[in-house]
Design a protein around this ligand. Sequence first.
Ligand code: ADP
Ligand code: MG
Length: 241
Amino acid sequence: MIEISHVNKWYSPTFQVLTDCTTSVTKGEVVVVCGPSGSGKSTLIKCVNALEPFQEGEISVDGTKVNDPKTDLPKLRSRVGMVFQHFELFPHLKIIENLCLAQQKVLGRPYDKAVAKGKQLLERVGLKEQADKFPAQLSGGQQQRVAIARALAMDPIVMLFDEPTSALDPEMVSEVLDVMVDLAREGMTMMVVTHEMGFARKVANRVIFMDRGEIVEDAEKEDFFGKPRSDRAQKFLSKIL
Ligand code: ADP
Ligand code: MG
């Protein structure tokens, strides 16, 4: 579903942020990406839906090359759901309107259908009662669940998450992770940047460990937690576990 092949990216001529990154995510697979701050995790995941360009290598999503000038990027992005650390809801729109906007504007879905889909997804993330509130009236955990529902409203074939729980108060982390666990168990293809190793243990198929722009480790979950091959991954794990 996602093919990342020998990607090199520089933010400036003297600063290479990604070095020869190669990995793939198959349909229905859940891959957790971890690693120290500044190691390039966000950059890599943004390259997957072309929010960041890269100079060398190739990435394709479901067979569509993201770095091909002929690719219809809005169409590609509509199929790749993305959830960020800061929920990025539209503050001036009600929750249900947040869920409907892109369905109508990007997919051309009629209003009634968009609302029905939005309500169904709000129910799924446990927020049926909040449809007519504004984002600021919701807790951080609730807002992040809305952001997940909003991404799902586009019927994505892949979901990308970039530290979706790291801006939340601790007591709200599990309500967001629970939604993500359900999604994983329903078979969604997911690439998740997170340091929540409990989540990784529960639903990840593979774990990727990045350091200084390189994929240092790309292992089956059992192997990664059993004994990471590299010193760098071992050190990282010993700090966060
Ligand atoms: P991570 O998500 O693992 O913390 P990032 O991908 O955000 O890492 O960043 C990797 C490196 O690239 C860091 O050194 C960061 O400061 C730098 N960086 C990130 N975004 C930009 C940018 N837009 N311009 C220049 N440097 C950037
Ligand atoms: Mg990051």
